[in-house]
Design a binder for this molecule. Structure first.
Ligand SMILES: [Zn+2]
Length: 122
């Protein structure tokens, strides 16, 4: 598994950890691997950089920093949350795609759920 990287590194060689990260994004691809986009400021050379990281590498805890002041329990919990978070994003993407294929995109009905769908339109 030599092509799975275990850390994000700046061009100067400094490792990028979670507190250096300024922005992350998610690039979902239906075919092929999805990517997490990371924008960071290097803690050593202070330069901005950005990288795309394969989703499975991201989930492996690529930004884990052993010096983070977290209790081990919390750390494990946050690691778990992090992984779930990406999956939630994926679910969200798919949910949105399903939405756009449904015909029921008319404005949300008032609080009470109206049972009969208006058969008068179209
Ligand atoms: Zn650097």
């Amino acid at each position: 598994m030599s092509n799975i990287r275990t850390s994000v590194k700046c061009h100067c060689g400094q490792r990028v950890i979670s507190r250096d990260v300024m922005q992350t994004g998610y690039y979902l691809r239906l075919f092929g691997p999805s990517y997490v986009y990371v924008k960071y400021r290097c803690s050593r050379c202070r330069k901005l950089g950005e990288q795309f990281i394969k989703q499975e590498e991201w989930e492996a805890g690529i930004l884990k920093d052993s010096t983070e002041e977290l209790a081990q329990d919390d750390k494990e919990r946050f690691d778990t949350l992090g992984a779930i978070d990406i999956n939630e994003v994926i679910d969200f993407h798919f949910a949105l795609e399903n939405l756009s294929t449904m015909d029921g995109l008319d404005p949300a009905p008032p609080a009470k759920k109206v049972k009969q769908r208006s058969s008068t339109e179209r």
